[in-house]
Design a protein around this ligand. Sequence first.
Ligand code: 5GP
Ligand code: MN
Length: 340
Amino acid sequence: MNEKQFKALKSLLSQPKNIVIIGHKNPDGDAIGATLGLSLFLKNRGHHTQVICPNDFPNFLKWMPDCDSIITYDSQKEQSIEKIEEAHIIFTLDFNSLSRIGLLKDPLEKVTAPFVMIDHHQEPDDYATFIYSDTGMSSTCQMVYHFIELFDGISEITPKIATNLYTGIMTDTGSFRFPSTTAITHRVIADLIDKGAENTTIHQNIYDTNNPNRIKLLGIALKNLTVLPEYHTAYITLSKEELQENNFKKGDTEGFVNYGLSLTGIKFAAIFIESIKENIVKISFRSKGDFSVNDFSKNHFYGGGHLNAAGGRSDKPLKQTVSNFISILSHYKKDLDNAL
Ligand code: 5GP
Ligand code: MN
């Protein structure tokens, strides 16, 4: 966003507006924290806001302040369309392409209201009038903090806003350990604690709400973990049957992929999860160093994301997806050997 655009957006936001704020499909802590944090900030400035997500978010996020106000397009279609049609401004948060919001793309493509993108994913599309994109940022929640800063609103950050933003920064940085975590990230976090984010409670709400089914599923995932030392790679599979036998709920497999990456010498980890609802395999890729999982996923698995964390999918059966993956890996042996 250049100076001229910033001024234009500032002037747009100087009067109360109807504002719709959109997060991506299968929203995570960053998408929920950023949309709710921004929504609460704008609401306190006199705007009418509505957060809309394409589908539901996992139970482990259902304590986040004001999360009951979110509507989901897949179960509240008419209400979502009405809000979108009434909107003067549409914010899209934590995604870089309208292909990341599933069917919610359809009503959004029909509106004339300007879009504001706030996002940290690589290679953003240019559907938005106002683009605040920074791939070096830890999280969209950190960007919402800087956005609020840009609009001279730091003193307006309430405990609820602080809690939402803290949560997204924490979840997207793997609790402040991924390389995107900078000194500025820590300063933002410190300020959010000053503004009322209760760090210990937030950590407990996110990480200490395991249920026995999830732990059993983790056991199966770890049993299925396969290490390919020649490629510095480890991968996990979970079949539809394994998920169903353990009463799988959205969010239960969150973080499983990181176990592969925790092994000594492993630079690339993947998890392949057969979808129960769709005829696809959902994939998460993680890496260490300069091996780009954004490129890997974009080139082979219809996905993308960040340098060290990306999602993707395959429409082949699970076994075939994994054997394809292994044969693709052979082309990356040098890159993986040399990745630092
Ligand atoms: P996850 O593996 O947790 O689903 O995704 C890892 C990261 O990549 C997240 O930041 C997520 O938003 C992003 N991501 C997941 N799937 C896609 C995709 O298909 N395209 C793009 N551009 N990003 C994705
Ligand atoms: Mn994010």
